[in-house]
Design a protein around this ligand. Structure first.
Ligand code: PRX
Length: 652
């Protein structure tokens, strides 16, 4: 493995300075440089790897900040994932090997998956769903989840998957914004040995969602549920449906899906992805990053409710005809060995997971992974948050036995697919633990200052994308204005990622976390303002300020400062109630770690919450060189607020 260990500094400090020449001349850098000379030409070549019903007339229509890729082209995602394989040797190969939390197994071959998707497509049509209609999917990690997604794509319905850990309030917001006609759910889902009553959550939600005409219910747990007027059973509506459904002809620029994600404003944003551009991006990046081959057994541990699951569980691996593992449960239940035991059991060749999961496993020591045969692994990936160099090293040595390259993939819900990564399918490059390495071919990334000017190497700044890319979001659902304001604040239409980054001497990219009010808890994205609004919606809370602090396992944890309304008195009981309120209104992932009651929030004279100061206080940092703020708030005032908050925290 070509990594260069610089023993002169510390054990985990890798450099590759003596490989500089080979870096510049590597196949990868040459390919990347060529791709950037003419991105349209480059992506035209990549798009030809897909099955098109009709080729496009124009590769890119760029009316900043709106990009349309492969205009005039017709393409269907389900044809690319299924139909294209069923007349090939892949037809009877396992597409999905599913393992339930309680050890049940189901294997679906490409042909079986194709039939099930066709049947369910017909069932959806029978319920009146047509091209362009929105379908909300709220299912646990069971095979019916990708089946429902692929069925939507087959008939041109726009899917809107909602993570099954979200609450009924979260469902209401998203369903109403998308105006979905149907919601697909289950009688329940298994989580750590308990049943999550998904149908009950849906029943509560749909009282407030007038657009919903039907609820499709999958029988999963056998849990008793009440079937009401709009409810239909999955197994009943597929009965007597033909196992062939003519796929719709879908324009390349037709939305494939909406996926809601948190941002810097109160409400989640409905990120809209196209069909042709998105599929081209994820097909290409899957090949470059994972170097898929026909012997691979791929295990992506994400939940399909997030973008990683959409792109690299549902669409890209199936387009490549790969066998993949779908797992219903959590990494450490019933034992903290799930991923390692699956690697041995199924002969997994590629593991794609999160730094949070790795940190959790690391805590249990090396004995557990060492007790399994992990020798089938050939590649290891991470996603969703920065990976600490020591975790990277553990992954590389203990799991990969120093023979598997690591792909630390940086991207976002909005980018659709991977943007920065080690591209092992093009070239194995010298690795630096903690760096995501280089932008993939065909994407142009830079680090800029506040004014949008490109910064020299080794200077921390804002990560931007300088040219449109095919996986790029089209807009925010029915809100072009918000789309413009959120992402396009820089000159020359540079896309604002919200992340800080540095590019080092050898052009390696280092991601340094969010620069905005977005936090990442176990790799899940939450907005501090969204959290604050939810705190304030509790009857006792007058004002709220939310920040995060580093967490050894979860990456970050949520800390809240609350001012109570005058009729309420602080107590542990009230704190518990408020925490429960957050769980019920967003979901368990938003559970705050610490909640402090304060008399007033740290604000500037002009009324802005001092977020940097909050972060310093909770992280135990000094406030540093904070000069007088523009609105006249003096360092003395800031220092006093800082001291007061510190006292509160220390006294708890
Ligand atoms: O801050 C970056 C972080 O996750 C954000 C995007 O979150 P989301 O839309 O939920 O998508 C996550 C899965 C693609 C980014 O703005 N992030 C993602 N991957 C990495 C990362 N931070 C550092 N290193 C990564 N590899």
């Amino acid at each position: 493995m070509s990594i260069d260990k610089d023993n002169s500094s510390s054990d985990i400090n890798f450099t590759s300075s003596h490989l500089k020449i080979s870096l510049d001349k590597s196949t990868f850098q040459i390919k990347r440089a060529q791709s950037l000379q003419n991105i349209e030409k480059f992506w035209t070549e990549q798009a030809k790897n897909l099955v098109w019903n009709k080729y496009w007339d124009k590769t890119l229509e760029w009316n900043p900040p709106f990009a349309k890729w492969f205009v005039g082209g017709l393409v269907n995602a389900s044809i690319n994932c299924l139909d294209k394989h069923i007349n090939s040797e892949i037809k009877n190969k396992a597409a999905i090997i599913w393992e339930g939390e309680n050890g049940e197994n189901i294997t679906l071959t490409y042909y079986q998956l194709y039939q099930k998707v066709n049947q369910f497509s017909n069932a959806l049509k029978n319920l009146g769903i047509r091209k362009g209609d929105r379908v909300t999917i709220y299912l646990p990690m069971v095979p019916e989840l990708p089946i429902a997604i692929l069925a939507c794509s087959r008939i041109g319905a726009i899917h809107n998957v909602i993570f099954s850990g979200f609450s009924s309030t979260a469902l209401v917001d998203r369903i109403n914004d998308a105006k979905s006609k149907i919601i697909i759910t289950a009688d329940g889902g298994f989580r750590r040995g308990n049943i999550i009553e998904l149908k009950k959550i849906v029943d509560e939600a749909i009282i407030n969602t007038p657009s919903i005409q039907n609820v499709i219910v999958l029988r999963r747990t056998g849990n008793h549920i009440e079937m009401r007027g709009k409810d239909v059973w999955w197994h009943e509506i597929i009965q007597n449906q033909s196992s062939y459904c003519e796929p719709e002809l879908i324009e390349s620029i037709h939305p494939l899906f909406i996926l809601y994600t948190s941002g810097t404003t109160g409400k989640p944003k409905g990120v809209v992805h196209s069909t042709g551009g998105y599929l081209t991006h994820i097909y290409s990046t899957a090949k470059w990053v994972f170097d898929f081959n026909q012997q691979d057994i791929f295990f992506c541990t994400a939940d399909i409710g997030w973008i990683t699951g959409h792109s690299y569980i549902v669409y890209a691996p199936l387009m490549h005809g790969v066998t993949e593992i779908l797992y219903e449960g959590t990494a450490d239940y019933p034992h903290p060995d799930r991923y390692w035991s699956f690697i041995e059991k199924y002969g997994i060749t590629i593991l794609y997971t999160t730094p949070t999961a790795l940190r959790m496993y690391m805590r249990y020591g090396n004995e557990i992974p060492n007790s399994f045969n992990l020798s089938t692994l050939r590649l290891l990936g991470t996603v969703g948050e920065p990976i600490n160099p020591e975790v990277w090293m553990w992954y590389f040595t203990i799991i990969g036995k120093e023979k598997c390259p690591i792909v630390d993939t940086w991207w976002q819900t909005e980018t659709g697919g991977i943007m920065i990564s080690h591209c092992t399918g093009i070239d194995i490059m010298p690795m630096k633990p903690g760096s995501a390495m280089f932008p993939v071919p065909g994407v142009d990334l830079a680090v800029v200052n506040e004014e949008g000017n490109t910064l020299p190497q080794n200077q921390k700044g804002y990560l931007v994308i300088r040219k449109p890319w095919p996986g790029m979001l089209m807009t925010l659902w029915e809100d072009d204005g918000k789309y413009k304001n959120n992402y396009w604040k820089f000159q020359n239409y540079y896309y604002f990622t919200g992340d800080y980054a540095i590019i080092d001497d050898e052009l390696y990219f280092w991601l340094l976390g969010r620069s905005d009010d977005v936090i990442k808890i176990s790799g899940h994205r939450l907005g501090t303002i969204e959290l604050e609004s939810t705190f304030i919606s509790h009857e006792s809370v007058a004002e709220a300020a939310v920040t995060s602090k580093p967490d050894r396992i979860k990456g970050e944890s949520i800390i809240a400062f609350l001012v109570l309304k005058k009729d309420f008195v602080e107590s542990d009981q009230l704190r518990k109630e408020i925490i429960e309120h957050i769980r019920n209104n967003i979901g368990a992932i938003a559970t705050p770690n610490e909640v402090y009651f304060v008399d007033r929030l740290p604000k500037t004279r002009s009324g802005k919450i001092m977020r940097r100061l909050l972060k310093s206080v909770v992280s135990g940092l000094t406030i540093g060189d904070t000069t007088t703020l523009e609105d006249g708030t003096s360092i003395k005032e800031i220092q006093k607020i800082y001291n007061d908050l510190n006292d509160i925290i220390k006294n708890k």
